[in-house]
Design a binder for this molecule. Structure first.
Ligand code: GLY
Length: 306
């Protein structure tokens, strides 16, 4: 039973008129992944689906990534194969179009799991990824507005205060994209993000932390979205696959993972998507929205929503 699910981030979509466009974006991404899945590879399916989301400026990954406190783009991405536990990730990378593809190259061409900052950019250039500017006009404008609000409130120094500010201005939490697929043989998970608006330079979220925001093993795969610090502290993607190992299906495990996040850190913090090695799909969130789309064998059209 092959299956794929994608998410375009958990949070609140404030402008209702954006919702149909966001749904169209996740539909297109899942179809891009589905095409590869039908050719037999969950790895290619996850990379293609995440690339489609990275290339869509509506989502906070690749083109359209949010900006740090000092107005830069620092992107994170990871990909992991469930059968072999091979994994590759980049953190704080800039100047590339598709961080997920650089993460895949880290997995395939190095002995390492995670490359960061300058080193990740240098590696990308070495492998032929051309220079690319992912900053969009809309993100620049939003950065200016949000930074002004933050400065007016005098809350620039502590993450705890930024966390409170996120509750007041949910648009700060423009979250992450991801995909998880099962090709009948292996589960693969991938995640990509620009992080959280106004994050402190150098901050790395859960996305490239294997077990935090991205994880896959022989029983399931998971991709998280939301406030990265929550997923890191709970090792949420790995915990979710442990729930499958203990007997839950992908939906039960997704629900359990989000209950855990809510119990420790409250609502409006996390979302997760999963696929298990029986081809079951799971999705859960404690935020108002989490755009998503999925396809399983036997379905003619993707199911998509927020
Ligand atoms: N979940 C994305 C981040 O916190 O960076």
């Amino acid at each position: 039973m092959v299956a794929i699910i994608v998410h375009g981030g958990a949070g609140t979509i404030r402008k209702e008129e954006r919702i149909p466009k966001v749904i169209e974006g996740v539909r297109e991404a899942v179809l891009a992944g589905w095409g590869e899945l039908k050719r037999g590879s969950a790895l290619d399916a996850v990379e293609e689906a995440v690339k489609a989301l990275e290339d869509n400026p509506l989502f906070n990954a690749g083109t359209g990534s949010v900006l740090t406190l000092d107005g830069r783009v620092e992107m994170d991405a990871a990909i992991m194969r469930g059968k072999t536990l091979e994994a590759g990730a980049v953190a704080g990378i800039w100047g590339v179009k598709n961080p997920i593809s650089v993460a895949r190259k880290v997995m395939e061409k190095t002995d390492h799991v995670l490359l960061i900052g300058d080193g990740a950019v240098k590696f990308a250039r070495l492998l032929g990824f051309p220079e690319y500017d992912p900053v969009t006009e809309e993100r620049l404008r939003q950065w200016e507005e949000l930074r002004k609000k933050l400065l007016e409130k005098g809350e620039t120094r502590y993450w705890k205060k930024l966390n409170e500010l996120i509750r007041e201005y949910p648009e700060l939490l423009r979250s992450t994209v991801g995909a998880v697929a099962f090709d009948g043989d292996e589960v693969v998970a991938g995640t990509s993000t620009g992080g959280v608006f106004l994050k402190v330079f150098g901050r790395v979220g859960d996305t490239p932390i294997i077990g935090g925001g991205t994880y896959a093993n022989e029983v399931a795969g998971a991709s998280c979205t939301g406030l990265g610090e929550v997923a890191i502290k709970l090792a949420l993607a790995k915990s979710a696959t442990d729930f499958v190992r203990l007997g839950m299906d992908a939906q039960g495990a997704s629900d359990a993972a989000i209950s855990l996040a809510t119990r420790y850190f409250g609502k409006d913090t996390m979302g997760i998507i999963m696929v298990d090695s029986k081809g079951n799909i799971g999705l859960a969130k404690n935020t108002r929205h989490m755009s998503h789309a999925f396809m399983r064998e036997g379905m003619k059209e993707p199911e998509a929503g927020v």
